[in-house]
Design a protein around this ligand. Structure first.
Ligand code: NAD
Length: 381
């Protein structure tokens, strides 16, 4: 069978779902590989590099979609792209099936199958295919780099002949995958880092990354997330008030605030309010990684960088992984390659779409022209 990656059409999208390296690995699984001409250019991979890796270069998007059995993509297909799906073809990409019912129906009507990389179950065995985590890791790292780029001072404290420089103070709100990556990056640059999460079990991880866990004095010290699959649930109004009170205490001291707080299936909770921004020092920076879902900061504007009246820069970009396209394409294409390994138990270049396999079943949104989303709840071991 042949697997191919088209050039992404989303505005500002620089990632690609197949790199020359991942193509070599896919060939070891027995597949022929193809890309649309220029598909990897924005991520630093020229057609020549793909050709050296034995990848066929196809001139047009329509030609690529027609020529292959498996399409590997980053973003969900546009309507035009989905209309190109053909009977028996498999599409593997981020798909967000819960928000893309019309697309799912289109794929179904074409008799195609869809594996949604955002639906890969978050269990140990599937970590190597967990594209949400690999992209969140990059977003957390890049958020700190972006903050540094907009912050007029050092992260690390220094004593120089020209004067003493205090270290920057960084607060990370939400310590999931992106938050922990942000903590690791900020501490490695020498900042004094603080972090808060509603899930008390992450305190240990926060501290092991070199940050200080911000404790709340509250009767229920946080959430028990074991009943919500490790994810956060909305906080009680009392808990939220305590949390905001704590943030108001911290706001005047913090130079950089990185917010990453999310609750599955909901808008992002507003945790950094306008009055907190007003309390911050001029020159401080907020990077809101929750901007896509409405933002954790009340003033965030999605995809924009704004400066508040008191001189605080607020960044609401939603394309951090694409801003590091070489790295994110490398990791994402590896996630796809691992998915293909699971789909090819015989290494014979033939997909075996095994709906009895928890990981494949969990990620499959459409199978042979039938909608299979949502998947059944994962089996408890
Ligand atoms: P996420 O992106 O859904 O949320 C980010 C963080 O925001 C979470 O840590 C959450 O607790 C926190 N948050 C929510 N509301 C908050 C509030 N009001 N104040 C402060 N923080 C708040 O998280 P994620 O990175 O997708 O990770 C979620 C869970 O999934 C974690 O338990 C993580 O360990 C787990 N996970 C498991 C695997 C795996 O086993 N393969 C992979 C990735 C993540």
């Amino acid at each position: 069978m042949k697997i191919g990656a088209p050039k992404e059409v989303g505005q500002g999208e620089s990632r690609v779902a197949m790199t020359p390296d991942s193509a070599l690995q896919l060939q070891k699984l027995g597949y022929d590989c193809a890309i649309e001409t220029g598909a990897g250019l924005a991520a630093g991979f020229s057609d020549a590099l793909y050709e050296e890796a034995g990848v066929e270069i196809i001139k047009t998007p329509a030609g690529l979609w027609k020529a292959v059995d498996i399409i590997a993509k980053v973003r969900p297909p546009t309507e035009t792209e989905a209309k190109r799906l053909k009977h028996g073809q498999l599409l593997i990409s981020f798909f967000y099936p819960g928000q893309n019912e019309a697309l799912m129906e289109l794929a179904r009507s074409k008799g195609a199958s869809v594996i949604a990389m955002d639906m890969v179950p978050r269990i140990s065995r599937a970590q190597k295919m967990d594209a949400l985590s690999s992209m969140a890791n990059i977003a957390g790292y890049r958020a700190v780099i972006e903050a540094g780029n907009n912050f007029g001072r050092f992260f690390t404290g220094q004593v120089t002949a020209a004067g003493k420089v205090p270290p920057a103070k960084v607060l990370v709100v939400g310590a999931g995958v992106a938050g922990l990556a942000a903590i690791g990056t900020a501490t490695s640059l020498g900042a004094i880092t603080y972090a808060f999460d509603v899930r008390p079990e992450v305190a240990e991880q926060i501290e092991s990354m070199g940050a200080e866990f911000v404790f709340l004095e509250f009767e229920e010290s946080g959430q028990d997330s074991s009943s919500t699959g490790g994810y956060a649930a909305p906080s009680s109004p009392e808990f939220r008030e305590k949390q905001l009170e704590k943030f108001r205490e911290l706001a005047p001291e913090m130079d950089i605030v990185i917010t990453t707080a999310l609750i599955p299936g909901r808008d992002a909770p507003v945790l950094w309010t306008k009055d907190m921004v007003e309390m911050m020092k001029p020159g401080s920076v907020i990077v809101d990684l929750a901007a896509e879902r409405g933002g954790n900061c009340e003033l965030t504007e999605k995809d924009e960088k704004i400066v508040s009246d008191n001189g605080v820069t607020i960044i609401g970009y939603t394309d951090f992984p694409s801003r590091m396209a070489a790295q994110s394409s490398t990791l994402y294409s590896t996630n796809i390659r691992h998915m293909m390994t699971d789909l090819t138990p015989e290494k014979d270049g033939q997909v075996k779409h095994d709906m009895e396999d928890d990981v494949i079943r969990g990620a499959t949104a459409v199978h042979d022209g039938e909608i299979t989303f949502p998947p059944p709840p994962p089996k408890v071991a």
